[in-house]
Write a protein that binds this ligand. Sequence first.
Ligand SMILES: *[C@@H]1O[C@H](CO)[C@@H](O)[C@H](O)[C@H]1NC(C)=O
Ligand SMILES: *[C@@H]1O[C@H](CO)[C@@H](O)[C@H](O)[C@H]1NC(C)=O
Length: 467
Amino acid sequence: MVPATMVALLAVLLLILSSFLTPASGYTYRAEEEEDGRRSTSSSSSSHAHGSRAGMFMLGRSRRAFRTEAGEVRIVSGNRRWKGDQSSMHIAFVSMEPNSLLIPQYIDANLVLFVRRGEVEVGWIHKDELVEKKLKRGDVNVIPAGSSFYAVNANSERLQMVCCIDTSHSLSNNYHQSFFIGGGLNPTSVLAGFDIDTLTTAFNLTSEQLRPMMRRQSGGPIVHFSRDQQQQRDWKEEEELTTSPWTSIQNFLKSLLGKNDVMQESTSGSETYNLYNSEPRFKNDYGWSTAIDEHDYSALANCGIGVYLVNLNAGSMMAPHFNPIATEYGVVLSGSGRIQVVFPNGTAAMNAEVAEGDVFRIPRYYPVCQVASRDGPMEFFGFTTSAKRNHPQFLAGASSVLRSMMGRELAAAFGVSEEELRRAVEAQRESVILPASSNLEEEEVVERKEETVVEELLVMKRRGFFA
Ligand SMILES: *[C@@H]1O[C@H](CO)[C@@H](O)[C@H](O)[C@H]1NC(C)=O
Ligand SMILES: *[C@@H]1O[C@H](CO)[C@@H](O)[C@H](O)[C@H]1NC(C)=O
């Protein structure tokens, strides 16, 4: 009797417990999943498409570098290297809540910021002087390796930035390291590594005066921050000599540098570039693309990075092309679509569905083609490993190398007559960004998208098409 009731009780207890625990843990897990791998589904569908090879071109999930009450940084590591491609860029997704500060620091890598949403005020050291810039949506800004900087979101909107961290000059080659200038318990300022005598001497302060500065901060790399009302100053105005956190940060940076000027005007190499305000490099009825290089924005020359942005209308494609001078890192900013990459031996290297938040890498020389889904436009942007003007080489369309090479040689290479070649190569009248195919029905497209031309040719061969 007694054991039976106990068993029943236990069972009830277990039920209650499990009904309590399972959904709870399940929920947190799911929440984490969603947050973590915004596009975990695409990665799985891409690996389904072409096995593990997709992993060479689709960079994995972002991992959280840190999260504080005031913001978060997630990083997608582009460390995977293989023969001939020594680039090592990471893509960082930075989000900062309204009224927050990314604590002054320098990193052992070049940083290229791109403002996705909101506004940010960035201060960094350029030629021994503090430059401050207000960046808005679409702005691109370079912070060279070893240049101390901070970022403030003084807006009421959350700030989102996508950054490129180029670790080719970093200490450990693959990883980058933050050296915090400001800080306390968390993050720890590099100054804390010196002994107290050194610091008191160096700052000409007593240890009592110095101590609070070294111990107070515990909010992590991104902290809540707002300038006092009276500190809200015009960007052109001289700042007042008061000691708000803001001015003390500035003074601190200045004292480190022994400088008293804060440059508000752009000086050579400290300017910013906006991806949305500039005239697109290419535009037609099916989309537009733009790219900035060292000629547009000289700061890129020093770090050897280019930036590009592509907008494809629904169903449109970036014609198959390759990049002869740089490896490309890309981030899907909105919409969804498909990316195909081809190996040198003419087999499919990847054929993956992509959607917002996915990060991909296209090695130098590898042919690639991006197609927006028929449901809506796709926007992607990214960084290239060269600041030189990029001349993508197209393999189809009116500006293709096939068009340029039209002649007996190419006809012989394909084993067709010149006339046949001309018909095949000149059928496409558009260039660069091409319209959705009008020949194929939707289902046919879906059915055939997994096949490559080679596979198709093999099928045709088997069926005796070339008898
Ligand atoms: C250190 O500070 C004292 C007063 O606070 C000042 O008289 C002295 O000149 C300073 N020394 C240096 C080297 O700046
Ligand atoms: C083509 O090259 C890739 C990568 O080097 C390799 O994995 C694949 O097996 C090759 N395929 C053929 C048919 O040679």
